[in-house]
Structures are given as C-alpha cells and as structure tokens.
Design a protein around this ligand. Structure first.
Ligand code: ZN
Length: 473
C-alpha cells in the first residue's frame, strides 16, 4: 500500500508536523506498559526511525518506545547523490539498538526496487521480436516478462548483501527483516494476462496460457521464486534465525478478500462473488517464497463499503476483514508468527463519499483487533499516514495493553471459532486453554445468549461487550 503513499506521508511529515516526528507522536499518544509481556511480541509500527537525529536523541526515543513496547523500523535505502553509502545511517541507529539490547527490525523496501527497471533485457517480446512492457499497474513501473527477470536477481541480492555484511561486521543481530514489495515483479492482475498472451517468451513458458489459473500459478510461482532466491536465501545466509516477510504475503484458504490500491479486475479470472465483491482465487505465494513470518493486511479499504450492501453498514467492513483474518489465522502453522498490518481509518477514501457513508467505528475496530488475536494472529504492525498516526496508535496500543492480561490464553490457547456469518449476525472468536475459554463477540443483530459447541460440548455464550473468560461446562 505504500510506494505512492510514502511520498505524501513524507510531505505531511515535514509540512504539517514540522516539529514532530513519528517517534514524538507515538510516545505522546501512549503510556509505558507496566505489565509483563511474557513471550508476546511488541507492537510494530511500519515507520522509520528518523535518520537525521543525534545519537542522544535516538537513544532517548528508543528507550521511551521500548517502555511502550513499540518497535519502529530501520529503513535501508540507496544513497542519495553525494552520500558515500546508505549503510552508515542505518548502522548509526542499529548500533544504538545493539547497545540497548533492543530487537532490530529492518525495512529493506528502499533497496529492493526495481526488479523491473525498464531495461530491455526484462521486457516481454512480441511476435515481431520487439520488446514491450505493461504499464497498467503504475505509470512509473514498466512491468516486463516474468521469465526475463532473473538477470536482476544478482543486482538486488548484492545490495542486500552489502548491508548484511556491514551489520555482521558490527555484530548487530537482525531479528526481523521485511519489505513492502508490491508493484514491481510478476503480477497477474490488470492487463498482465492480455500482455503475456502477446509475448512469445510467456507463451513458451506457460503451457495453457488461456487458462487463467495456469497463468496465475506460473506468474505467482515466479514471483515466489524471486523472493526466495533474492530475499529469503540472502538474509538467512547471514541471519538464519531472522524472521523474514513481505507485505500481504501469507498463508490463506485459497482466496483473497480485498484489493490493493493498484489492482484492477481481470476479465476471465477466477472469482467467488459475494454481493458486488469479487473474492479472488489466490496462489500460495507464501509457501514457495519460504518466508518465516506471515504479514497479512487488515485495512479498511474504501472499496468494501461499495462492494457490499449489508445493513447495518459496519458489517461491510467487518465481513471481508474477518474473512481475510480467518483465512490467514486458520491456515498458518503455529511455528510461523502472524504479524498483521492494520489500519482503522478508511483507506483510499475518495474526497466525496455518499451521504450514507458509515466508517468502521472505533469500538468495532477494537473488537476486530481482538478477533485477530483470538484467531491466531500474533502481533499488530500498524501502518498509517502520519496525519492519522496519533489516533491509530492510541487504539492499537489500548487493545495491546488490555490483551496482556490474557497472555496465557493468547500464547498457549487454541482458537476454537472460525465462523464468519454470511449475513450480519454475531461473530464469536475464542481461545481455549484447559477448561476455560477467553472469548469476544461482536453483535450485528439484536444481542442474545448463544449456545455454541466447544470441543463437542454445548457452551452458552453470554451477551458481553468486552473480552471475557468463562468455564467450559
Ligand atoms: Zn513475457
């Protein structure tokens, strides 16, 4: 979700809040955590620790963020003109994390673009032997041929390796390494299929190119291979224990329940239709890329509001997000941490919205975050434009702090409910530990006591507003 937004975020950051950086906002809007977090993961915020700070400032920010159990990222980037290397700035921050014994989380997005760099060697080839590109994803990105991208592997891997070597030399441990790598590389949406059919290299490599699923498998398979070869193998060579992931790459039930800002419908692709929403058949990119953490996306995309016609309207947000959350939680094995990108305030909202527009309320968003925790999601990774960050961190931090009371359930319990009602109704999520159940319910219909089976036993779920523990009888 970020490349384009990054620029507006940076602009807002410097113009609107000239004296406040992201660290100030996060610190001002949260309180130190005094509860023991046990083995729970912290809250991750997908924002960089500013580079221009003095060592003393960095030290002070990192300490205060740690008191709040908030982890920010160190951005790796290509040096600007006149700079010797982009590595020094990153090292400056992470030498201090090392000194404070804090986990290092790297956002390497800045150095992994562009695989498709517009060079002729990466282009599709038409029947006349002429190179051509697909610009239907972004005017700035010339998407080329999935089968001619390998020439770029070495270039990008070397950039990553240069950073890794410098970190190793300083004895810095990297605990998390992730990218927000999206519109750059083989993708099956927009005009990709149409273009691939016109390319002789694609036709040679995809047996039944007229079958969308065959096309999708081939293209996503290539995308997964690229990530494995360039990201996962390179990082794990230096840091075998490091958790490695990419935005929106996660295990799932075979479908994706949301659309990213750059994706458009492809005619003839495989969908399940629900009202006006198209749930897309999805390839298991996670498995073939070899990532060691899942990073699903739970954002309130504006599109949901139009695609569904549920009443009450808040179910238009809740339904697809619970479908996605459940798909990931249920299908990810327990040894893979699920670190979920979250955002509450409507994403990609147009300037003019219909008069009956209803956003997801703060209360229902809090419930949604609870459902995630009780359906196998391990941690939140907050993404937000800087002007929405204050409100966003408050609500995520609130849920996180409250959830620490239930560490036993969240760490050792077993999720027992996976149902997402097809029409507005009550949604229940719960973790069972021994003979007890920690549960949350969200009501989209007149609240009533429900009888539901837990491990074969009928259990009565009372009407409650907050998460609660009950005995299973
Ligand atoms: Zn091609």
């Amino acid at each position: 979700m970020k490349n384009l937004l990054y620029f507006s975020v940076i602009l807002l950051g410097t113009v609107v809040m000239a004296d406040e950086n992201v660290c100030d906002i996060l610190i001002k809007n949260t309180k130190p955590i005094i509860t023991d977090i046990d083995k729970r993961l912290p809250i991750f915020v997908w924002a960089h620790i500013p580079e221009h700070l003095t060592e003393q400032q960095i030290l002070s920010y990192l300490k205060q963020l740690d008191e709040r159990k908030i982890v920010l990222l160190t951005g790796w980037r290509i040096p600007k003109e006149g700079e010797k290397t982009g590595i020094q700035n990153a090292l400056k921050i992470d030498m201090i994390r090392k000194q404070l014994n804090l986990p290092v989380f790297i956002d390497a997005s800045g150095i992994v673009y562009m695989f498709f760099d517009g060079s002729e060697q990466t282009a599709h080839i038409n029947d006349e032997g002429k190179p051509f590109f697909d610009t239907s994803f972004s005017k700035e990105v010339k998407i080329g041929c999935p089968f001619r991208i390998e020439t770029r592997y070495r270039v990008i891997a070397e950039r990553i390796e240069n950073f890794l070597k410098a970190y190793k030399k300083e004895g810095i441990d990297i605990k998390y390494w992730a990218v927000d790598w999206e519109v750059d590389g083989p993708i099956e949406w927009n005009n990709a299929w149409e273009n691939s059919k016109k390319c002789m290299v694609c036709r040679k490599n995809i047996k039944n190119i007229d079958d969308f699923y065959e096309f999708q498998k081939a293209v996503r398979g290539k995308r997964a291979e690229l990530q494995k070869e360039v990201f996962v193998k390179t990082v794990s060579k230096y840091y075998p224990e490091c958790l490695i992931g990419n935005y929106a790459v996660n295990p799932h039930d075979g479908y994706r329940y949301w659309w990213d800002y750059f994706e458009k419908e492809t005619k003839g692709a495989i969908y399940q239709k629900k009202q006006d929403a198209l749930h897309r058949k999805w390839f298991d990119e996670f498995r073939y890329s070899g990532y060691t953490m899942a990073m699903p996306v739970i954002y309130t995309w504006y599109r949901f509001f139009q695609d569904y016609n549920f009443e009450p309207k808040e179910y238009r947000w809740f339904y697809p997000l619970m479908k996605e959350a459940t798909s990931v939680g249920k299908n990810t094995s327990s040894n893979i941490p699920v670190i979920t990108f979250v955002h509450w305030q409507t994403v990609s909202k147009p300037k003019n919205v219909p008069a009956d527009f209803v956003p997801l309320s703060r209360g229902k968003y809090k419930e949604l975050l609870w459902h995630l925790l009780l359906r196998g999601h391990d941690a939140f990774c907050l993404w937000s434009p800087i002007n929405e960050m204050a409100e966003e961190i408050k609500v995520v931090h609130e849920v996180y702090a409250e959830s620490l009371k239930y560490n036993d359930f969240i760490l050792k319990g077993k999720p027992v409910f996976w149902d997402v009602p097809e029409e507005p109704d009550t949604i229940i999520s719960g973790m069972k530990l021994n003979e007890k159940l920690l549960f949350i319910r969200s009501d989209f219909k007149e609240p009533r006591e429900l009888k539901i089976k837990v491990d074969g036993r009928i259990t009565k779920i009372p009407v409650i507003k907050e998460p609660a523990i009950m005995e299973i009888k």
